[in-house]
Design a binder for this molecule. Structure first.
Ligand code: FES
Length: 125
């Protein structure tokens, strides 16, 4: 993203060079990896609460990312079991493949989030 490395920025700052602040993509908040793809089970998923998402792998090498906020009343989903994303509050269940509500009371799907995978790690985009 930038030709300016983090080390060069730190060096420039330490000698008083004034200029535009550029933060390396991998180190910025938006660029932090959500999870290593190797940590997402095939046919399952992982709720990453600190990032507000659920990362699933319905089939080997096919990943999906959904909002972790239940579309019924806003609880954070808590687990992924038997190909379902489960909300602890009122029992809604969502499919790991497309986030669709497969058991109520939720009716709307979990919104998908866009992402990229780079060097074995998944990033939101
Ligand atoms: S908030 Fe998730 S089922 Fe009600």
């Amino acid at each position: 993203m930038s030709n300016v490395s983090r080390r060069n920025l730190i060096c420039a700052a330490s000698v008083g060079v004034v200029g535009p602040l550029v933060i390396d993509d991998a180190a910025s908040a938006a660029g932090r990896a959500v999870i290593a793809v190797a940590d997402v089970p095939v046919g399952g998923g992982v709720v990453v609460t600190r990032r507000g998402v659920v990362v699933t792998q319905p089939r080997r090498g096919r990943f999906r990312v959904f909002s972790a906020t239940c579309t019924h009343a806003g609880c954070t989903v808590a687990s992924v079991v038997a190909r379902r994303i489960n909300c602890p509050c009122h029992g809604s269940k969502f499919a790991i493949s497309d986030g669709s509500a497969v058991a109520g009371p939720a009716e709307a799907p979990l919104p998908q989030r866009s992402f990229k995978i780079r060097r074995g790690k998944l990033y939101l985009t």
